[in-house]
Design a protein around this ligand. Structure first.
Ligand SMILES: Cc1cc2nc3c(=O)[nH]c(=O)nc-3n(C[C@H](O)[C@H](O)[C@H](O)COP(=O)(O)OP(=O)(O)OC[C@H]3O[C@@H](n4cnc5c(N)ncnc54)[C@H](O)[C@@H]3O)c2cc1C
Length: 558
């Protein structure tokens, strides 16, 4: 255990997280550092910088976490796979960060038990590798897995079957149980950003950097930012950080006109299916027949009786050279994931059973000798561009804090300043005083999304009981959460609310689409939309649904 007490956390919800006020600050103040990109990487940098006392700004072109950071496997983990690839340092650091996150954001980052089944025949992890797997489990524990307070253990065939009763009973020879953690990636990003705002950062979404400004020595000293409705503002900053993920080469091009082609995007998809098709009470790792990869099968949306609403399965890992703005889950991807799932379970899962899907792009750093993207390192790299922009690329959701620390250290060097990093023990908004509630209860639902800010949502229901109704029938989100998202979480579109502030669209696209008109009406009252704008918001969400459905039916061109 760490002997040093945690950094004091900030009082909940003191600073309004409100876009117009933030834009005024961005346009009028001079900052020490401007962060470009509001995914996990940029959010982490903003919090690190602001908590060290730097005057910090962050601008996000679209919505917070709308890039890769809402489309991950949602694991806070070391990654057993990276051990097998010999990247022990990455695993060690990631497991250390996992523990820090569990302490600093106990409301958002939850323990997740995993099982690797050992199956007897036909490809699914044969017995002869069980011993090797056992060694890998020990390695994982020793590399830092132990920090979670539980060591891996071997499961009997009966115990393994009980965790995944849709597997053929006669094929299962046992299994290994180990522990990692899970989080709602988009909410983690949002909470980090709100915490940064509490530390003084000025933050706005729908604010795209379109040009970089330079001083007399041709070094970058700010950015021109398009903030919507044809308006541009200039944000002045002594240092600029490029945290634009798979777009970072484009931002780097703004610096000197040269596109460095340094990022190799790797696409990964996940599918959601009804839990009844899998009935796993913990996460499982299943192999992909004919490929040297495995997929995670993660139960999602706990009910009070120990069952779940859904299970999601992923991820793929394929080279991607399409448009980075909208990676799609194709029919080939659906076929690949379901083939692996159906090789493990006996319930015969069809494409029509899929209730949701998402596709994201890993911003991997190209290496000279790169083969499959799955083999590329997940380590991060901090660089300095020709006109002084600090770039941060690569990495993982799990290691965002460490990435941010390295980045801000470099920023401080450039500014000729010193300030101790405080994020190792800095509790995120909603963490202080948080107590776990029983899974499947409303208190658990709100607690795991808002922590100790949950009473702010409950208060909305106290004032208007109708806001206590489900946002999307069959899913746990309340109408009050949409109102809260518009008032306090800078949600500005229907898509923001349905895909990121809540994850309704990822759970159950059809149910969410059926409720979308109601949600649009609810948001119209909050965001001042007239009938035309409300219809446009609904159209935009329906277009997203239509695109996804069409992509999943049509094989990719390449
Ligand atoms: C399928 C998949 C599964 C994964 N699973 C895991 C996992 O389980 N655990 C884990 O630890 N990691 C995981 N990862 C890795 C992790 O998700 C990524 O490393 C991380 O989300 C990248 O975050 P980012 O902030 O760098 O990029 P992004 O989230 O893409 O953020 C970059 C942001 O920059 C913005 N931007 C771009 N241009 C501009 C501009 N000109 N002006 C302003 N803003 C701009 C974009 O809109 C975007 O929001 C996974 C990745 C994928 C693809």
């Amino acid at each position: 255990m760490d002997p040093v007490p945690p950094e004091p956390s900030v009082a909940p919800s003191v600073v309004p997280f409100e876009r117009h006020a933030m834009l005024e600050r961005l346009a009028s103040e001079t900052f020490d550092v401007l962060v470009v990109g509001g995914g996990i990487t940029g959010a982490g940098v903003a919090l690190d910088a602001a908590s060290r006392g730097l005057r910090t700004a962050l601008v996000e072109a679209s919505d917070f976490a709308s890039g890769t950071s809402s489309k991950s496997s949602k694991l806070v983990h070391g990654g057993l796979r990276y051990l097998q690839q010999g990247d022990i340092r990455l695993v060690y650091e990631a497991l250390h960060e996992r523990q820090r996150l569990r302490r600093n954001a106990p409301h958002l980052v939850k323990l997740l038990p995993f099982m690797i089944p050992i199956l007897t025949k036909d490809g699914l992890i044969p017995r002869r590798v069980a011993r090797a797997l056992g060694s890998a489990m020990w390695m994982y524990d020793l590399t830092g897995g132990f920090r979670i307070g539980k060591l891996h253990r071997r499961l009997s065939a009966d115990d393994a079957y009980a965790h995944l009763p849709t597997i053929a009973r006669d094929r299962i020879a046992g299994g290994y149980l180990y522990y990692d953690a899970t989080t709602d990636d988009a909410r983690l990003v949002l909470t980090i950003l709100r915490t940064a705002a509490e530390h003084g950062a000025a933050i706005a979404n729908r604010s795209r950097v379109v040009a970089l400004t330079k001083d007399a020595d041709a070094m970058v000293d700010g950015a021109v930012v398009a903030v919507g409705a044809g308006r541009e503002i200039t944000v002045r900053a002594r240092a600029v950080v490029n945290a634009a993920g798979v777009w970072s080469d484009d931002v780097r091009q703004l610096e000197d006109g040269v596109h460095p082609h340094s990022i190799r995007p790797a696409k990964g998809v996940h599918l959601t299916v009804p839990w009844s098709k899998v009935r796993n009470d913990i996460a499982a790792v299943i192999p992909v027949p004919g490929d040297k990869r495995s997929l995670f099968v993660v139960p999602w949306g706990p009910n009070a009786d120990g069952t779940f609403r859904h299970t999601y399965v992923g991820t793929t890992d394929t080279d991607y050279d399409g448009p980075v703005d909208e990676p799609a889950c194709t029919a080939e991807d659906v076929e690949y994931v379901l083939r692996a799932l159906n090789a493990a379970v006996t319930t015969d899962v069809h494409p029509e059973d899929v209730t949701g899907a998402w596709a994201g792009l890993r911003p991997l750093v190209k290496s000279a000798a790169s083969g499959r993207t799955a083999d590329l390192s997940r380590r991060h790299r901090v660089s300095i561009g020709p006109a002084g922009v600090v770039g941060i690329t690569g990495g993982k959701l799990t290691t965002y804090r460490e990435m941010a620390e390295d980045t801000v250290d470099t920023v401080l060097e450039r500014l000729g300043r010193r300030a101790r990093c405080r994020t190792k023990r800095l509790r995120l908004l909603g963490a202080d005083g948080y107590q776990d509630a029983d899974p499947g209860t409303p208190a658990h639902h709100l607690g795991t999304r808002f922590g100790t800010l949950a009473p702010e949502v409950e208060e909305l229901v106290d004032l208007d009981a109708a806001l206590g109704d489900p946002l999307v029938p069959g899913l746990p989100y309340l109408r009050a959460e949409a109102v809260y998202a518009a008032r306090h979480e800078m949600a500005t579109t229907l898509v923001d609310v349905l895909t990121r502030r809540t994850r309704a669209h990822l759970f159950d696209r059809a149910a969410t689409e059926a409720a979308a008109a109601d949600v649009a009406e609810l948001l119209a009252g909050e965001l001042g939309w007239n009938a035309q704008e409300t219809a446009a918001q609904l159209d935009a969400y329906r277009a997203l649904v239509g695109r996804e459905e069409a992509d999943e039916r049509a094989p990719a061109a390449s």
